[in-house]
Ligand binder design. Structure first.
Ligand code: ZN
Length: 428
């Protein structure tokens, strides 16, 4: 449902200040924020009374199509989880599976207020098709793994370039493509150095997993005589266009490297807790001035894609781990899920805050709920009390994707049905 202009009237706007006002969207941009906007000014009017408007949430690390593996294997060690369940399932993956899984993930993310995500997986053409249909904004990457095998490496290079040529900057600019070397322990030095060169040459970003588990850090020390971020720095891989997911096991000097090279970290607390990977030193990184954003990781290790839940967990985890309840305030954690996410993807000039002339990616939450009463500080309620199901309306790039919890770009029942069938087929 495409409108030339949308007016959201009389709502609490979490912008540079928190205030009740009205907001006008024209085409894909926020054009006015003003108390006096009249209903005559817009094609579509949304009543914002009793609601709170935030920037569309930004999930900076996920694997959409893994939604098909939700609940497949819980409560087991990471290596058993990967070797006995996830990798065998992934060996059967087809483009149709990835399409169905990505559609399911998009529907789930829209329903919990996310408008932008950063994905790494396989069959990216099919993922892009789902993202295009959903109306969401996504940065996609083909996950590259060579395990030192030259033939495999060449195939990964070819596929990454093919996907960039085919999908980068498509769907009115909503879909972008980055390079996705899986991790330093699954990718050879040759692969990583090629990625660095290509990223510079093509002007695309880099998405990688680094230091999720203590075991992989030991592997890198054994192979290269340095910790992962030291090694990546030595081979000149790092830069402000690199987004590293997890960053759980970090030394102080690695954090200094991350800060100096302006590497962006995506913190995935629920996945890290569920797989018992460890606790990322997020508060320390923030105090050093490192940009830390939030990700859910795939639904196979979370087991949902709800960033509201992720915000609360991120705050609580830092508090309990450091036995300091003042750490990671509601304000901080909200920034992680919005503006820091935009910075992590290099789109902070266009997204991540509610400001005139920024892209109209907005999430409207219904605060007329028992668990959000009495109305007090909206940021506190958002982080500590709200749930994904409180999201009422979602707009991305000036298009309404969900209104009063009804998806407008996707047929929710059809998406669920398709995902059920794809999951059965994948695991048969
Ligand atoms: Zn991941």
């Amino acid at each position: 449902m495409e409108c030339q202009s949308i007016l959201i009237k009389n709502t609490i706007i979490i912008g540079s200040e928190i205030k009740k006002s009205s907001i006008l969207i024209e085409n894909n941009l926020i054009s006015k924020i003003d108390d006096d906007l009249s209903s005559n000014d817009a094609d579509e009017v949304i009543n914002g009374e009793g609601k709170v408007l935030i920037p569309g949430l930004i999930n900076t690390h996920t694997h959409l199509s893994m939604s098909l593996m939700r609940g497949l294997a819980d409560d087991m060690p990471l290596d058993t989880w990967l070797n006995n369940y996830i990798w065998p399932a992934e060996a059967n993956l087809s483009g149709e599976h990835c399409y169905a899984g990505a559609l399911l993930a998009c529907a789930e993310m829209i329903k919990s207020g996310t408008t932008t995500f950063n994905d790494m997986y396989f069959f990216i053409d099919d993922v892009a098709k789902a993202v295009d249909e959903s109306g969401m904004r996504g940065m996609l990457s083909h996950g590259m793994i060579d395990l030192g095998d030259e033939e495999k490496r060449k195939k990964e290079f070819k596929e990454s370039i093919r996907i960039i040529n085919k999908c980068h900057n498509t769907s009115d600019g909503r879909i972008k493509v980055s390079l996705g070397p899986h991790a330093p322990y699954t990718c050879s030095m040759e692969l990583l150095q090629w990625v660095r060169r290509k990223a510079d040459e093509l002007g695309v970003r880099i998405h990688i997993h680094v230091s999720e588990t203590e075991f992989e850090v030991e592997q890198i020390i054994d192979s290269y005589g340095a910790r992962p971020f030291e090694y990546l720095d030595e081979i000149d891989f790092l830069g402000d266009d690199v987004l590293a997911a997890h960053g759980v096991w970090l030394s102080d000097s690695e954090m200094d490297i991350i800060r100096d090279k302006k590497v962006k970290i995506s913190h995935n607390p629920i996945s890290n807790m569920k797989l018992a990977s460890g606790v990322s030193p997020v508060s320390k990184m923030i105090s050093k001035g490192i940009n830390v954003s939030l990700g859910t990781d795939g639904a196979a290790s979370n087991n949902n894609l709800d960033l509201l839940e992720e915000m609360k967990t991120a705050a609580l985890l830092q508090k309990i781990y450091n036995l300091d309840s003042t750490l990671l305030s509601a304000q901080h954690v909200f920034e992680m899920a919005t503006i820091n996410g935009a910075k992590a993807l290099g789109i902070e000039k266009e997204l991540g805050t509610i400001e005139v002339d920024k892209k109209a990616d907005l999430t409207l939450l219904n605060f007329n709920k028992t668990h959000l009463t009495p109305y007090r500080h909206p940021l506190s309620h958002l982080v500590y009390s709200a749930q994904g199901s409180d999201v009422d309306t979602v707009i991305c790039n000036g298009q309404i994707l969900m209104q009063h919890r009804k998806l407008l770009t996707l047929d929710e029942q059809e998406v669920i049905q398709q995902a059920e069938e794809a999951s059965k087929d994948l695991l048969s």
